[in-house]
Design a protein around this ligand. Structure first.
Ligand SMILES: [Zn+2]
Length: 668
């Protein structure tokens, strides 16, 4: 990193020698700015493309599927895949066996002569690409003898075996005949796998009262075929989460009769699997804003909580418009629930069942916990984001405590934090926030981690502020953004997560992206203009799959501002922000003041600054970002009304991740 000291000196010298004294008098300022010179060498050293930073983004040509406005076009299409799954967990041997009937709707205008499916459990085979190459410590935890991965019994269509070829975590199925545009293809798969003894988005854990199973990325699912990449066959390596089709699910889950099951979707056979007492309590919960015990701490494992305790029982769930299906099962769960109230776009109010399942080890989760417990936290997240982003579209949200630290699926999240309510609240809020990105706005997480983790981190900032009744706090986001800009091996936000240096994933994909959107809202567009554009983006793409360009275009179109300089600096570039104030004083007319600012970083932003006068009064001013289009140095004219300036402070509210705070204040 070359920019901090040396280029600062160069620019300051250039400014004082050339710019501020060599003004073209003909261009009398219409606003507070006067022109200074560009120093191309300093800019290049700071990682800026001198010629194109302020030019509009060079987007791919728009088409009738994805419009220049950033909206989906009249020819937009996406595939639909419906699943009917029957599965059984062998809770003694920690394995799953399932059969599924897949209904593939070819909504594309193309004839498909083969299908790709994902076999994500293959990641847990010691020979998988992910296990051998990527983050082995994380995926296999050193257990190279575990025989993980999918065992495929058969793949059939209409009773006829289909030829298939497995390549790591994907498999290609040869079709008896091409699937015509608009046609439907049905096929069936039989599979089984051993549940890995280490935890990666799923797993099993032994707790004091029994076992907790969390099952996710667990069934063979059809890869996405879309208008941008054709078949999406990126392997499951560990960091990149998933990109799936929307569809409807009917899932039967067979477990021992002593187990409780929570899953994506609504339970369809309550009367088979729950005794009347529990069903009555659930009905009470749906008219209560406070958690109601469905299975209390002292009831876990007691016969009264189950219709019977011998043999097995099938739990049946149904879900529509979801991009995958996950579930949890345990004989150690406590369970409490209440309603969240969601106002739909029409203004109509709807009740959503919010509930938590947790073993007794999860002290902070209890509805009786003095800090509120899990279900109150879930309720807050569902209600807050329904107003802040888009009405929650589903009928239920379950929070599960078990082996996975934190992972999101439609209508169900896994959250590992147990003992401290602050940790539990933070993780819960984050995972529930994923209901919007990427569950309802279906982004490709294998490629664009920032569009789900970063967008979610952004909305989390406001949810946390609301939950704790405090102003937004982005200290961690700001500090990590600064650390990224100062690092030697800098990478841009827009990388695929599997290509990011592992330690950068959280900082780039989550915090720097979240920080960028906070800056876009608070500093660049302002809340009104930002919220209108951001809501427009969500409205346009809810239950569809936007790409980065669709987001960039949509925000620019709806907010009415060319933001190419911001997308390039913040998302595509690797530089940081470094503003400096080098001098201030009184202009020759004795009335005005002036201050000279330098841009030394790779990212440009509008520059907020506070002027303090000798008489103690202060004034907040702002240099528009366009100042940096032609110059790295600005001599700003200040309407001082004859008052002497005693201090200039850049970014008085501390929102900008400025890499070098030491040059941010000028004092007489
Ligand atoms: Zn996340």
């Amino acid at each position: 990193m070359k920019h901090p000291v040396l280029s600062c000196l160069l620019v300051v010298v250039a400014a004082s020698m050339l710019g501020c004294t060599a003004q073209p008098k003909a261009r009398k300022p219409r606003h507070e700015l006067e022109f200074g010179p560009i120093d191309p060498a300093a800019r290049r050293a700071a990682g800026l493309d001198v010629d194109s930073l302020f030019e509009a983004m060079d987007y791919a040509a728009p088409n009738e599927r994805r419009l220049a406005s950033g909206a989906p076009g009249p020819d937009y299409w996406q595939q639909q895949v419906d699943y009917d799954i029957d599965c059984r967990i062998d809770t003694e041997n920690d394995s799953v066996h399932g059969t599924e009937h897949v209904t593939y709707h070819n909504n594309s205008p193309h004839r498909l002569s083969y299908i790709w499916i994902q076999l994500q459990q293959n990641l847990f085979n010691p020979k998988s690409i992910g296990a051998r190459s990527h983050t082995p410590g994380q995926i296999l935890h050193g257990e190279l003898t575990f025989e993980g991965g999918d065992q495929i019994g058969w793949i059939r269509s209409n009773g006829q075996d289909l030829e298939y070829h497995i390549y790591d975590t994907v498999a290609r199925i040869e079709l008896p005949a091409p699937i015509e545009p608009g046609a439907v293809f049905n096929f069936d798969v039989d599979w089984s796998f051993k549940i890995p003894p280490y935890y990666r988005r799923m797993g099993v854990e032994r707790v004091e009262d029994g076992k907790v199973f969390e099952l996710a990325q667990w069934f063979p699912s059809v890869c996405v075929y879309d208008d941008v990449h054709g078949w999406n066959t990126l392997p499951y390596l560990g960091a990149g989460e998933f990109y799936n089709n929307y569809g409807s699910y009917n899932v039967n889950i067979t477990v021992p009769a002593t187990y409780l099951v929570s899953a994506t979707g609504m339970l369809q056979n309550e009367s088979d699997v729950l005794p009347q007492t529990l069903r009555d309590r659930l009905a009470t919960a749906m008219s209560s804003d406070e958690p109601v015990w469905i299975v209390g701490a002292d009831e876990v494992g007691t016969p009264g909580t189950r219709p019977r305790t011998d043999g097995e029982m099938a739990w049946r769930f149904h879900a529509d418009m979801v991009r995958t299906f996950a579930f949890a099962a345990s004989d150690a769960f406590q369970w409490d629930a209440c309603r969240a109230t969601v106002k739909d776009k029409s203004g109509a109010q709807r009740s959503v069942r919010v509930q938590s399942f947790y073993p007794k080890e999860a002290k902070a989760w209890s509805a009786d916990d003095e800090d509120g417990g899990s279900t109150r936290s879930v309720k807050h997240s569902i209600e807050f984001y329904s107003g802040f982003v888009y009405p929650y579209a589903y009928p239920v949200m379950s929070n599960i405590n078990g082996p996975e630290d934190g992972m999101e699926y439609p209508m169900i999240v896994f959250c590992g934090a147990r003992k401290h309510s602050r940790g539990m609240n933070g993780v819960t809020d984050h995972e529930v926030g994923h209901s919007w990105f990427p569950m309802m706005v279906n982004t490709d997480e294998r490629r664009h981690v920032w569009m789900d983790e970063g967008f979610n981190t952004f909305i989390n900032v406001y949810s946390r502020a609301d939950f704790y009744h405090k102003p937004i706090n982005v200290d961690q986001h700001r500090q990590q953004t600064i650390a990224l800009a100062k690092a030697d091996n800098r990478q841009p936000i827009v990388l695929a997560p599997d290509n990011m240096w592992h330690s950068w994933l959280g900082m780039l994909g989550y915090r720097k992206t979240g920080m960028g959107l906070v800056l876009l809202r608070e500093q660049i567009l302002g809340p009104d203009r930002f919220d209108t554009a951001f809501h427009e983006y969500v409205d346009r793409w809810v239950f569809k799959s936007p790409r980065p360009d669709d987001f960039f275009r949509s925000m620019e179109d709806s907010a009415g501002m060319d933001l190419g300089w911001f997308w390039k600096g913040w998302f595509l570039g690797t530089g940081g922000v470094d503003f400096a104030v080098t001098e201030a004083g009184t202009a020759s007319n004795g009335e005005n003041g002036f201050a000279t600012f330098c841009n030394l970083g790779g990212v440009v932003l509008p520059l907020p600054y506070r002027v303090t006068y000798a008489d103690g009064t202060t004034e907040d001013c702002r240099l528009p970002v366009q100042a940096w289009a032609q110059s790295d140095v600005w001599k700003a004219v200040i309407d001082a009304k004859g008052r002497a300036i005693s201090k200039i402070q850049i970014d008085p509210d501390g929102l900008i991740p400025d890499s070098n705070a030491r040059n941010n204040v000028w004092e007489r």
